[in-house]
Design a protein around this ligand. Structure first.
Ligand SMILES: *Cc1c(COP(=O)(O)O)cnc(C)c1O
Length: 379
């Protein structure tokens, strides 16, 4: 038996045929490959404005302390979140990105004899987390590229332990209304944990984004629905993706279980203090959201001019239908130094996901895309 086969046999059952999450291509990697000085990365829904200066100076102040372990309880950040959202401190669980909290949820509650439910075209991390613990996944059919809550509800059976709902969804940008979510929560058994992944909450909940009916107060629903877990992050609108910090809001008894499987110091000290600082930088958040709203308009206008269809989005990215297999367009864009996200892994081979960049980046992207499309037409 060769070593590869042996190792594969030794791996935990779910891990054997697990394919890892494919992140957006890093800028440095494309620079190495092409030697291009200027890369435009529109592939990972990062904040194009760069970090908040308030967060940066808080972080720099913390640097001399990094020989010490962080506060394992994350007191100051949890306290700031509790005040910011008017939720009890005990509801909050911090993570090394909200991805970490999603993993804690699965590890704490889902075993190989249980199932999770998520939607077709939903965030690719959910099936990976389920697979890692060898749990079964039920993929519910989408409705207009978004979640079909009725279908998800009827997929529930006595093995269902967890349902993932991304609102807005990544990569499609679709959203569910408060009314739809209330109806779903009222109807579902309290023994099914519903994870409402709100990584783009700060964009979608802002009136500038015009997400009609989007719930702006889901963090206040925990009393009504003790089986609800809301997850949010500092990676997107708060501009701290590289630091890795996110959190969940849940019933304290759920938080207690997450705390049992959590690494003692899962959120690092620089992340904790930068996140605490950015929470108070209201100007940064407001500017991020308003620039994003303008960027969405700029991009959708440009796409329409190119005759391309897209899925209406309330997040910081747009899912575009290229009306042909999009992989070749993805590669052509790379040659011009533009990184976007091909959606083959999401079974959306004709779509590309474009993150909202700066106005200049959007102009450059649209110009290059036009050129590529003209070249394809001419062939
Ligand atoms: C980006 C994203 C996350 C997680 O991001 P973190 O950086 O780990 O906080 C979670 N869910 C969705 C839907 C996302 O798009």
């Amino acid at each position: 038996m060769d070593f590869k086969t042996l190792i594969c046999d030794l791996a935990a059952p779910g891990v054997r045929d697990l394919s890892p999450y494919r992140p957006g291509k890093p800028i440095s990697e494309l620079q190495r490959e092409l030697g291009l000085p200027e890369i435009v990365k529109l592939a990972s829904n990062e904040n194009p404005a760069g970090p908040s200066p308030v967060a940066v100076s808080a972080l720099l102040e913390q640097v001399p302390e990094i020989a010490r372990y962080p506060d394992g309880n994350g007191f100051l950040l949890k306290n700031a979140i509790a005040v910011h959202l008017n939720v009890p401190f005990e509801c909050i669980t911090l993570g090394n990105g909200s991805n970490d909290v999603l993993e804690l949820l699965v590890r704490a509650f889902v075993t190989s004899s249980e199932e999770i439910i998520y939607s077709e075209y939903a965030f690719a991390v959910y099936p990976i987390l389920a697979k890692a613990v060898n749990a079964a996944s039920q993929v519910s059919k989408s409705l207009h590229w978004g979640h079909d809550l009725a279908a998800m509800r009827s997929a529930v059976n006595n093995r269902t332990r967890m349902v993932f709902i991304a609102n807005p969804n990544n990569p499609t940008g679709t959203w569910l209304t408060a009314e739809e979510l209330h109806a779903f929560m009222r109807d579902i058994s309290p023994s099914v944990i519903v994870v409402l992944d709100e990584a783009y909450f700060e964009y979608a909940s802002n009136p500038l984004t015009n997400a009609t009916g989007y719930p702006t107060d889901s963090h206040q629903w925990l009393d009504a629905y003790p089986n609800l877990v809301v997850t949010r992050t500092f990676s997107k609108a708060y501009g701290l993706a590289g630091l890795r910090v996110g959190y969940s809001l849940s019933h304290p008894d759920i938080a207690d279980m997450l705390n049992r499987v959590r690494q003692p110091f899962n959120a690092n000290s620089l992340a904790l203090c930068a996140a605490e600082a950015v929470l108070s930088d209201h100007k940064y958040l407001q500017t991020s959201v308003s620039q994003n709203a303008r960027g969405l308009k700029q991009l959708t206008t440009g796409l329409r001019q190119l005759g391309l269809n897209y899925i209406p989005s309330v997040a910081n990215f747009i899912c575009v239908d290229m009306a042909m297999p999009a992989k070749s367009i993805y590669h052509a864009l790379l040659e011009y130094g533009v990184i976007v996200r091909p959606l083959g892994p999401y079974s959306m081979p004709n779509h590309l996901r474009i993150s909202i960049g700066t106005p200049d980046e959007m102009v450059k992207f649209l110009k290059i895309l036009k050129l590529i499309l003209m070249r394809i037409k001419a062939d």
